[in-house]
Design a protein around this ligand. Structure first.
Ligand code: SF4
Length: 839
C-alpha cells in the first residue's frame, strides 16, 4: 500500500478511536503513549501479540524482554498488540476496523511478523480471534501462497506441545527466546531483501534454527528446545513501558533466576526450563537501579520459579534495601518455597512496605507432597506460619491442588486442617484472626513432566472434591477461590492433545469462544456445542492414561530431559518416594549439567553506587517545602482517570528525582495532594498538585527535569513554593471554566429552557442558573462555560452539560481551561494570595 495512504488511514483510525475511547471500559488500556513506549520504523516490523487483554499482557516479562531485544536491532521494530475486551471487539467488528498495534495503530495484517506468546492453553481461541480481527487467514496453508500476509510465530511454555495449534502457526520457537529471536529476524530480513516471496523456502530455512519447529514440514521433524547458558550474557530490559492504567503486576520485575532444581513432579516450568540459571547479584542490582530510575516505580519484585532458592538471596535483599529503602522502594518475592523462608528474609521483605504472603503447600498431607515431590512438611509449615505471624503478616494466601495422583479422602480433608491451623496460630500469636484466601484448582497433567502419562480426574470427581473442600472452608469463614474445573479439563486436553484438537479450537472460536480464561467470558455450553459439532471429546483427551511405550503427541519436541528419567520419577511418585534438590545430587535427568554449576559461591557485593542516597544522608524529617505544580492533561491523556493521572505524575516526579517527603505508617507514600479531579475524557489546561519535598530542591531545575520525564499528554508548566498553612487546593478552588467543542452544531437552547430547573441530588437541590455563572457560544460548534460549586455541592459536568447543550457529556470534547478560588477577587492557584503577600 502507498505509504501516504497508509499513514492517512492510520491517522483516521486514531481519530475514530479517539472520539470513541470513552465508550470503552478502562480507556487507559488504549492510550498508546505510555512512558518508554518505542515508536520506530525499520525494514522488518514485528507485532508482539499477547492473546489476553492489556492488563495481563503488560505484566508479562517475556514480552518486555522481546520488545527491548527486537527494538534494539537496527533492522527491526516491535510493537504491542493485545486482545480487545468485548466492548472494543464489538466496535471493531461493527465498524469493520481491523485490530491494530498500540504504537503505530497499524493493522495486524500489515506487519511482517506476528509473534504470539502462548502462556496458557485457554488463550488458543483468542489467538484465532486476534488473527481474524487483524485480517489474517487462520491457517498456515491459507497464507502459504500469499506474499502479503505476515509470518505467524509463537513462543512460550505451551509450545512444548505444539500439536493443537500447529495448523495456525507457521513456526514455534521452543525454549529461551533471547538469542533465537535475533536469528529468526535476521533470516527474515535477508529473505525480505531477496524479494523471492517464497514462503515455503522461508519456513524450511527457519526450521534450521535451533529451537524452531515448523509444523508445515511434518510431525517427523524433531525439534530441540533452545537454551541459553548464562542469564548475565543476554539483555534484560531496564526501561520497560510504564502503563497508565493499573495492570496485574504493576512494578519493576527482575528475573533473578530461570529454571528450578527442586523437581516438583507436577510443575512443567520446573522441568522445561532446567537447569536452573541465576543472574549475578551485581547484575540484578544494576538492573534494579536503572529500571527504578527509568520507570519511577516504587515497588520491585525478584521473580523466579522459586525466589527463595536464589543462592545469596538474603545478602541481595539486604543490599537492595540499603540502596533503595530511602526512596521507599519496596521489595516483593512472589514465589517462595516455604522451606526457604527465614527470619532475615522476612525482615528485609517488610523493610519498606509489607505486601501479602503466599504459601503453596499444593497438597494437604506429607504423603501426597512426597508423591508430587514438594519439599514441604507439616513441620516446616508450622514453623513458617509462626514466623510469618510473629513478623506481623496478617494476610496469607494458600494454594492447593485437587485431583493429584494417588490422592485419598484423607489428603482432601487435610486441606481444611491446614487452613484451620493457620487461623489458630494467628489467634495464638497475635490475638487476631489472619485474613486467609485459599485458592484450590484441579491438577492438570502437563507434557514433559513425570505426570504426563497420568489421566486427569473426571469432571464429576473433581466437582465432588471441590464441593467438599469449599464446604469445609466456608464453615471457617475463609475466602475460598476455586478454579473452574471445566476450564482445567480443557487446559488438560489442549496441553496433552494432538493436532485433531485444532478443529475443536476453531469451531469453539466460531461459536464465540474467546478470552476463555476469564470467568466473564468462559462459556462451557459453547464448548459442548463445539464438541458435538466436531465429534471431539475434550474430556477423553484430558482423562486419557498413556502407557510408557505409547507414542505421545509431543514426542517430537526434545527438551533435553529423557523419557526414562520422567518415567522413573513417575514410578517414584506412586511409591511416595522423594527426589532431592538437584543442586545437592544430580539425578541424571538427561541434561548433563554439572551440579557444581548450580551451587554458586556467595559473591561479595560491590559497595553501593555513590550517587545513591542512604537514609543517613537525608535531612531531618520535618523540614520540608510545599511546592505547587501546574500541569496540562491533553491529547489522549484526557482518557486517564484521576487515579491514573496522579500515578503517572508521581512516577514522572520519581523519574525526575524529586526528593519526596513520605507519609508514615505501614504503606509510606509521597505527600501529595491534588486539585479537584477531572473526569475521564476531560482535558485540563491548568491543573494543580501540591507536593511536599525535602530540601535542597531547586524549583526551576525540578520543573525542567519533570518536563522531560512525563509521558505524552501530561505537561508540567509551572512550579512555585507555597506556605504550608495555605489552604489546600480542594479547599481553595470553587469556580471553573470549560471550553466545550461539539462534533456538530452546539446550541444553548437547553440552558434557556432549563435555567430555572431545580436539580436534585441525594441530600441537596439547587437551581441550574445558580451553578452556571456564565455560558456563551464562541463559534458554531464551541462554547465557554463558567460554573461554580455551591458550598458542598460540587460541579458535575455529566449533570450540567446535557441540560445546557442537550447533548450527553460523552459526545462533547471538554477542556477545563482554568480554576479559581476567592481571595478578595477570583484568583488562580498560582497567583499570590493575600496570606502569602503578608507572610
Ligand atoms: S542434569 Fe542433574 S543437575 Fe542438571 S538439571 Fe538434570 S538432575 Fe539437575
Amino acid at each position: 500500500m502507498d505509504l501516504g495512504l497508509f499513514l492517512a488511514k492510520a491517522f483516521l483510525r486514531v481519530l475514530s478511536l479517539w472520539v470513541n475511547l470513552l465508550h470503552f471500559q478502562k480507556p487507559g488500556r488504549y492510550v498508546n503513549s505510555e512512558y518508554n513506549a518505542i515508536h520506530k520504523k525499520a525494514p522488518v516490523s514485528v507485532a508482539l501479540a499477547f492473546p489476553d487483554i492489556y492488563d495481563v499482557g503488560m505484566s508479562h516479562l517475556g514480552l518486555k524482554i522481546l520488545y527491548a531485544i527486537i527494538n534494539e536491532l537496527p533492522f527491526s521494530s516491535a510493537e504491542r498488540v493485545f486482545a480487545p475486551w468485548s466492548d472494543l471487539e464489538a466496535a471493531l467488528r461493527e465498524q469493520k476496523e481491523p485490530l491494530t498495534s498500540l504504537e503505530s495503530n497499524r493493522p495486524l495484517h500489515a506487519f511482517d511478523i506476528v509473534g504470539f506468546s502462548l502462556q496458557y492453553e485457554l488463550s488458543y481461541t483468542t489467538v484465532l480471534n486476534m488473527l481474524d480481527l487483524g485480517g489474517i487467514p487462520l491457517r498456515t496453508e491459507q497464507r502459504l501462497e500469499s506474499k502479503d500476509m505476515p509470518l505467524i510465530l509463537a513462543g512460550g511454555p505451551c509450545t512444548v506441545n505444539p500439536q493443537p495449534m500447529s495448523p495456525f502457526i507457521d513456526a514455534f520457537l521452543i525454549g529461551d527466546g533471547e538469542e533465537a529471536v535475533k536469528e529468526i529476524l535476521s533470516l527474515y530480513h535477508q529473505w525480505k531483501e531477496d524479494g523471492s516471496g517464497d514462503r515455503s523456502m522461508l519456513l524450511k530455512n527457519l526450521a534450521r534454527i535451533e529451537g524452531v519447529h515448523v509444523p508445515f514440514l511434518g510431525k517427523e521433524s524433531k525439534t530441540k528446545r533452545r537454551f541459553i547458558h548464562s542469564l548475565d550474557d543476554v539483555p534484560f530490559p531496564t526501561d520497560p513501558v510504564v502503563p497508565f492504567t493499573n495492570i496485574i503486576h504493576d512494578r519493576v520485575n527482575i528475573e533473578i533466576s530461570r529454571g528450578c532444581t527442586m523437581g516438583c513432579r507436577f510443575c512443567q516450568a520446573g522441568m522445561i526450563y532446567r537447569p536452573a540459571r541465576e543472574r549475578s547479584p551485581e547484575k540484578i542490582l544494576e538492573i534494579a537501579e536503572k529500571s527504578l530510575r527509568s520507570t519511577g516505580y516504587d515497588t520491585l519484585s525478584f521473580t523466579s520459579l522459586s525466589s527463595g532458592d536464589y543462592s545469596c538471596l538474603n545478602l541481595l535483599m539486604k543490599e537492595f534495601n540499603r540502596r533503595f529503602s530511602s526512596q521507599r522502594v519496596s521489595l516483593s518475592l512472589p514465589s517462595l518455597r516455604v522451606g526457604s523462608v527465614n527470619e532475615d528474609m522476612l525482615k528485609e521483605l517488610r523493610a519498606v512496605r509489607k505486601s501479602g504472603f503466599t504459601i503453596a503447600p499444593e497438597a494437604g498431607t506429607d504423603r501426597l507432597r512426597a508423591v508430587i515431590n514438594k519439599d514441604f512438611t507439616n513441620e516446616t509449615y508450622s514453623r513458617a506460619i509462626e514466623m510469618l505471624f510473629r513478623a506481623g503478616w496478617q494476610n496469607l494466601k494458600l494454594y492447593f491442588m485437587i485431583g493429584l495422583p494417588t490422592e485419598t479422602d484423607e489428603d482432601i480433608s487435610a486441606i481444611s486442617g491446614m487452613v484451620l491451623q493457620a487461623i489458630r496460630t494467628s489467634k495464638k500469636m497475635t490475638g487476631r484472626h489472619a485474613t486467609l484466601s485459599v485458592g484450590v484448582s484441579s491438577f492438570v497433567p502437563k507434557p514433559h513432566t513425570p505426570f504426563q502419562w497420568y489421566g486427569q480426574n473426571n469432571l464429576d470427581t473433581i466437582l465432588e472434591k471441590n464441593r467438599y473442600v469449599k464446604a469445609a472452608l466456608l464453615r471457617r469463614g475463609v475466602q475460598f477461590r476455586g478454579h473452574d474445573p471445566e476450564m482445567s479439563m480443557l487446559e488438560a486436553a489442549f496441553s496433552r492433545g494432538d493436532e485433531n484438537l485444532s478443529q475443536l479450537i476453531e469451531e469453539a472460536w466460531r461459536l464465540g469462544c474467546r478470552l476463555d480464561a476469564w470467568t466473564e467470558f468462559f462459556d462451557p455450553s459453547k464448548w459442548k456445542q463445539a464438541m458435538e459439532k466436531t465429534g471431539i471429546d475434550a474430556a477423553a483427551y484430558a482423562e486419557r492414561e498413556y502407557a510408557y511405550d505409547t507414542p505421545l503427541p509431543w514426542d517430537n519436541i526434545d527438551t533435553g530431559i529423557t523419557k526414562k528419567f520422567l518415567w522413573s520419577e513417575y514410578q517414584k511418585a506412586t511409591a511416595a518416594e522423594f527426589t532431592s534438590d538437584c543442586r545437592k545430587v544430580c539425578h541424571a535427568c538427561g541434561l548433563k549439567c554439572r551440579p557444581e554449576d548450580l551451587q554458586k559461591e556467595i559473591p561479595v557485593l560491590s559497595s553501593p553506587a555513590s550517587d545513591m542516597k542512604t537514609r543517613k544522608n537525608l535531612p531531618p524529617e520535618g523540614i520540608s517545602l510545599r511546592a505547587r505544580l501546574q500541569y496540562n492533561k491533553l491529547g489522549r491523556a484526557r482518557y486517564l482517570s484521576h487515579l491514573e493521572t496522579t500515578t503517572a505524575l508521581v512516577r514522572g516526579m520519581r523519574r525526575a528525582g524529586f526528593p519526596f517527603k513520605y507519609t508514615e505508617g505501614f504503606h509510606p507514600g509521597p505527600k501529595v495532594s491534588f486539585g479537584p479531579a477531572l473526569g475521564v475524557g476531560t482535558a485540563g489546561m491548568k491543573e494543580y498538585i501540591d507536593i511536599e519535598l525535602l530540601p535542597p530542591f531547586g524549583l526551576q531545575e525540578g520543573l525542567l527535569l519533570l518536563m522531560k520525564n512525563l509521558p505524552d499528554g501530561l505537561q508540567a508548566t509551572a512550579m512555585k513554593a507555597v506556605p504550608k498553612s495555605e489552604k489546600s487546593l480542594t479547599g481553595f478552588v470553587v469556580r471553573y471554566t470549560y471550553e466545550i467543542i461539539a462534533r456538530q452544531g452546539l446550541s444553548l437552547d437547553g440552558f434557556f429552557e432549563n435555567r430555572d430547573m431545580m436539580i436534585q441530588r441525594k441530600q441537596n437541590s439547587f437551581r441550574l442558573s445558580d451553578m452556571v455563572e456564565d455560558v456563551r457560544k464562541t463559534g458554531d460548534t464551541s462554547a465557554l462555560l463558567t460554573a461554580k460549586d455551591l458550598g458542598e455541592i460540587k460541579v458535575r459536568l455529566d449533570e450540567l452539560l446535557p441540560l445546557i447543550f442537550k447533548q450527553p457529556a460523552d459526545d462533547l470534547e471538554i477542556t477545563r481551561t482554568a480554576m479559581f478560588g476567592w481571595d478578595g477577587r477570583w484568583k488562580e492557584p498560582m497567583e499570590e494570595t493575600a496570606w502569602q503577600a503578608r507572610s
